[in-house]
Design a protein around this ligand. Structure first.
Ligand code: DGY
Length: 319
């Protein structure tokens, strides 16, 4: 039986590529550059399936030019804001993602960003690294303690709940906003807020864990930053589109927000150069899911979805 033809747009983990090569007639973009619209359109005529990352943009305009050959887009990511889902579905192309498997890795990174932002990680590292550390006093680099503080989580899906579990280990008082209130077994004592506004008023620390959709674009705007308690710390490991970056910059500059920890930006790659002047913004380059274990798990989950699809079953993560 001929194997389905599969295009893998980026250099995925070795274990993923080995398994893909075993089961599919696979082509891999070993140059590891983001696939352009033209490349996606060309690939749709040559391949039955694509495993893309969030760096490939399936816009309605590109999808309209796809060949009928392409049957499935099995994303390597959980986020699918790079895919115009109605356009893909309209062409009869199945779309899957990779929920669950990256929740812990992303929650770990959110913890790193929260602690690093709260405790002056950027300035502290610079001072030691450059030899500028020439004094110490009790007033030196005093930060904000997470133990006992109130943590507000927007989006209590899998990643939000994984982060809440880790924050509980740090003795934080967890509050959340979600479209629906969680059952007690999932909330694990976290306090539900019916509106984002109500949550923000109690969030000494705020962490974003909701998807980027037209409804959540610039979710954190100037009015909402103003609702946070003075000296709050903001963390974003979800998507840059959730934050109005100019409003965040203003809130940081005024001192209303003490610090921010960001793994996601409106423009990626590159980030926001205006943030670089502020050492109380601790930044990482969209690496929330970047652990060896999770990269394998993401690749395998995408392949599980492909395997199910080509075996005539409904993929577990069909959107
Ligand atoms: C995801 O899976 O959405 C991560 O952000 C990596 O793409």
């Amino acid at each position: 039986m001929t194997k389905p033809r599969l295009w893998i747009t980026r250099r995925l983990s070795d274990a993923t590529l080995e398994r893909a090569a075993r089961d599919y007639d696979v082509a891999v973009n070993h140059e590891d550059t983001p696939g352009s619209a033209a490349e996606l359109i060309a690939a749709s005529a040559e391949f039955d399936a694509i495993i893309p990352c969030h760096s490939e943009h399936f816009t309605a305009e590109a999808v309209a030019q796809f060949s009928d050959r392409l049957k499935i887009v099995a994303n390597h990511s959980v986020g699918v804001d790079h895919c115009d889902l109605p356009a893909l579905k309209g062409r009869g192309i199945a779309v899957t993602n990779t929920p669950d498997v990256l929740s812990d890795a992303t929650a770990e990174l959110a913890m790193l960003l929260m602690l690093g932002a709260a405790r002056h990680a950027v300035a502290g590292d610079r001072i030691v690294r450059t030899g500028a550390w020439d004094s110490w006093s009790p007033a030196f680099m005093v930060g904000k303690q997470v133990t006992g503080a109130r943590l507000g989580i927007i989006g209590m899906g899998r990643v939000g709940r994984a982060f809440a579990a880790k924050a509980r280990g740090f003795g934080m008082d967890v509050h959340y906003f979600n479209r629906t209130e969680l059952p007690d077994a999932q909330a694990e004592g976290a306090t539900y807020h019916q509106s984002v506004e109500s949550l923000l008023k109690v969030a000494d620390f705020l962490s974003l864990h909701c998807p980027a959709t037209p409804e959540t674009a610039n979710l954190m705007n100037a009015d909402r930053f103003a609702l946070l308690p003075a000296g709050a710390v903001v963390v974003n490991t979800a998507r840059g589109a959730l934050v109005d970056e100019e409003a965040l910059l203003n809130a940081i500059t005024s001192g209303h927000i003490a610090a921010a920890g960001l793994d996601c930006f409106q423009v990626e790659p590159s980030g926001n150069p205006a943030f670089a002047a502020h050492e109380n913004i601790f930044m990482l380059p969209h690496i929330g899911s970047a652990t060896r274990e999770t990269r394998d798990a993401m690749g395998f989950r995408a392949l599980d979805n492909l395997d199910a699809f080509f075996a005539g079953r409904t993929p577990r993560d069909l959107l």
